[in-house]
Design a protein around this ligand. Sequence first.
Ligand code: ADP
Ligand code: MG
Length: 253
Amino acid sequence: MSLIRLENISRRYQMGGETIHALREVSLDIQRGEYVAIMGPSGSGKSTLMNLIGCLDTPTAGRYELNGVSVSEMGDNQLAEIRNREIGFIFQTFNLLPRADALRNVELPLIYSGKPAAERRRIALEVLAGVGLADRVHHKPNEMSGGQRQRVAVARALANRPSLLLADEPTGNLDSKTGREILALFDELFQKGHTIIVVTHEEAVARNARRIIRILDGLIASDERMDGRESKVEGQKTGADGRAVPAPDGTAP
Ligand code: ADP
Ligand code: MG
């Protein structure tokens, strides 16, 4: 079962007399454990697609299944619940509470999901340690560097053990060295089995993912998989899932 299955998803906006086709019958499958970049020029439909995948919006037409559950017909309350349970969001601007320390910021989604205080604390400390911030749990956002703030945001996104991490330009506000540190952290999370979708307009960021989906004018223009270095070898055959397949004589690729 795919983690994400979009079938003929359209999203239209009515602006006065005009209809804007932000997404045009997009179909897409993303498996658990994939690391995907979504690229495309401004206005191509990236945010619309992210909002739909993130259950922040519902399509005008088509079907969306997340983790086997059909979410395309859900109401706002159900969407909010599934969002909190299934999705960890990471934003360009971190979106941390300025007056709350790192621990409190990470505990917040656990409060929404009704975890008791002791468990909240235990989980928050654990995920903060996991992103390398064990020694910064009582720092507030303005007492941390940009990279540390984004680490807090990543820890917050991980707190509810979501099925999916959705990041919108996660390195857009970071200098290139700090950006690379965050990408290294994403790679670590990917290696641990997390499913990650990153929206970016930077090729260098997209190249860290194992699959790049380019959208143009509300349509998928290309969908390219890279399973490590070996699949970049010229003439390399890949299977339907994008993984290298053995040669017919049985030798490993
Ligand atoms: P991107 O994130 O790739 O820049 P968007 O998904 O934000 O693109 O937008 C896709 C198209 O839909 C654009 O033409 C945009 O103007 C239009 N659009 C996005 N959101 C709305 C909205 N709430 N109302 C009307 N039009 C919108
Ligand atoms: Mg956008």
